[in-house]
Design a protein around this ligand. Structure first.
Ligand SMILES: Cc1cc2nc3c(=O)[nH]c(=O)nc-3n(C[C@H](O)[C@H](O)[C@H](O)COP(=O)(O)OP(=O)(O)OC[C@H]3O[C@@H](n4cnc5c(N)ncnc54)[C@H](O)[C@@H]3O)c2cc1C
Length: 490
């Protein structure tokens, strides 16, 4: 069997490994020079930055790809766990750390949120329950058509994952301190969504961070993508970098190959599109051959949020900065409303990942600050001034005691336009459709084309959704479908 994969993000690479391991002849085409898609290494000026995934959860998902590729994960992907993993800082001076150390969490809650201290254990149990249900019913399966939603077991489980409640509402059941609720609400941004709209089901993300933990890879998280490439090579995947696919070849409602920008054609029994579906489908498939994904349908999806990123290499180490450090806005609801309306927030929540805090080797000269602010998906609304917004973020950090500007030795800005152009991301959004409404949250675009046989989709814009472990599962789930395997998860 031959399979062609369009896009070498984590989803495409994981699908390639799973297929090639079973003897499938796999060719993977990536338009960029690097593989890994949004997980992209930026090594400049003596600094290493992990563009994209900085917060890593579910390490076993990545390790499994390496095992399938015949590699030793302990050796190739040295994951380390951060116990007190995320510092949340607020303008009134409040500091609250997220940690897997239960006694430390209880101590902090006792001081800041007596209700939270009482409910903490119940909260941990409930988020674990949400995670287990999602894992059993959603994470390890593909959605190939409407009938998949009609299965009685799925319908029953849907009712148990709090689909009608918002994340914000759910967190307020257990906590009363507005700062702690704000910090928890930030988990909605991991799926590019708004905590006042996204279903409480996604509060399971808190399980990954509060019960299990946050991890990083020594030498840089981008080693995950590098090791996936090695796994691909190990099982015989043919990798083509700098090769853009320009058309999906099809006839009589059957996809049979791809055409690249060089005019080369490659025939295959199955084609998997890993590039953002909302952008790739209109680029690659003739209008009259995609009745279920018309331009109108594709435009009807509310896109997930984008990001404004500054990679700042400093000439010193700022002791106050933690590996994952947040500086929260005063009014989170307003911040999301501004984003929803297509504008940049005046008072944005600023996330900084300084991986050198835990791994000196990635940036020996000074801090490697990956600064991320939520940004709206690109619209036709009035643009913004990139330089002015960057300076505004530096000023905001300065007022919080983080003097980036004074110590800059290297700087690179990556905004929604760069995200769109570099990764083929629809309107620069990070995860394809948002999960802001129930229909989009649970009924993402199907993994199997409704318009032609032999065409599949994996990655953040489809099931189970965005975030690095999810897209890896997505690739494996599609590969399993193509292989005709049934995967049973305990
Ligand atoms: C700034 C930022 C921060 C993030 N932070 C985190 C985090 O902390 N933790 C986390 O887990 N996740 C994070 N993510 C999300 C995570 O990076 C993505 O969900 C995941 O990497 C997407 O993988 P994917 O398989 O969907 O493909 P993508 O990474 O989107 O890759 C798709 C690939 O397809 C290629 N392509 C598209 N069209 C074509 C074509 N026609 N021909 C050839 N190639 C094509 C693109 O060039 C791209 O390389 C972040 C993302 C961003 C951008």
């Amino acid at each position: 069997m031959k399979v062609a994969i369009v896009g070498g993000g984590l989803g495409g690479l994981s699908a390639a490994v799973s297929l090639a391991k079973h003897g499938v002849d796999v060719r993977l085409f990536e338009k960029n020079q690097h593989f890994g898609g949004k997980m992209m290494s930026v090594n400049e000026g003596g600094y290493h930055f992990d563009f994209g995934p900085n917060t890593i959860t579910m390490p076993e998902v990545f390790q499994d790809v390496l095992k399938q590729g015949g590699l030793n994960p302990e050796e190739k992907l040295p994951f380390a766990k951060l116990v007190n993993h995320t510092r949340n800082e607020f303008k009134d001076g409040t500091v609250f750390d997220f940690s897997t150390d239960r006694s430390y969490m209880k101590k902090q809650l006792a001081a800041l949120d007596p209700k939270g201290a009482r409910e903490y254990e119940n909260f941990l149990l409930e988020i674990e329950r949400l995670y287990r249900l999602s894992k059993k019913h959603f994470l390890h399966r593909t959605f190939s058509g409407w009938k998949d939603y009609l299965s009685p077991s799925l319908a029953k489980s849907m009712t148990k994952v709090r689909p009608l409640e918002s994340m914000d509402h759910f967190f307020k059941r257990y906590f009363s301190n507005p700062h702690i609720i704000q910090a928890l609400n930030r988990y909605s941004t991991y799926i590019g969504s708004n905590p006042y709209q996204a279903p409480a089901t996604f509060s399971m993300i808190a399980h990954l961070e509060w019960n299990d933990g946050v991890y990083f890879v020594r030498g840089g998280n981008t080693k995950i993508a590098d090791s996936f490439v090695k796994a691909c090579e190990n099982v015989g995947v043919r990798l083509y970098s700098g090769t853009k696919v320009t058309r999906i070849l099809h006839e009589n409602k059957r996809a049979y190959g791809v055409e690249t920008s060089d005019g080369d054609r490659f025939e295959a029994d199955h084609i998997i599109v890993n590039g953002d579906l909302l952008q790739a489908v209109p680029e690659l498939i003739d209008k009259n051959a995609r009745r279920s994904l018309t331009d109108q349908k594709l435009h009807s999806f509310d896109p997930s949020i984008s990001a404004f990123v500054i990679m700042a290499g400093l000439d010193k180490k700022i002791d106050r900065l933690k590996h994952h450090h947040l500086f929260f806005s005063e009014d989170y609801k307003q911040e999301f409303n501004i984003l929803k309306n297509g504008y940049y927030a005046e008072d944005p929540t600023i996330y900084i990942c300084t991986s050198a805090k835990s791994d000196y080797s990635v940036s020996p000269h000074g801090d490697n600050c990956f600064i991320l602010v939520n940004a709206p998906a690109l619209t036709d609304k009035a643009g913004y001034d990139k330089e002015a917004y960057k300076s505004h973020i530096y000023d905001r950090l300065q007022s919080s005691g983080i003097p980036i500007k004074d110590h800059l030795r290297y700087e690179k800005v990556f905004d929604p336009t760069a995200i769109k152009d570099t990764f083929g991301a629809h309107r620069g959004s990070l995860y394809g459709p948002s999960s802001n409404n129930k229909a989009q949250a649970f009924m993402r675009p199907f993994n199997k084309s409704q318009d032609m046989d032999g065409l599949w989709f994996c990655g953040g814009s489809t099931h189970p959704g965005g975030g690095s472990p999810m897209v890896v599962l997505s690739g494996q789930n599609v590969a399993n479908q193509i292989l005709g395997k049934l995967v049973h998860i305990e």
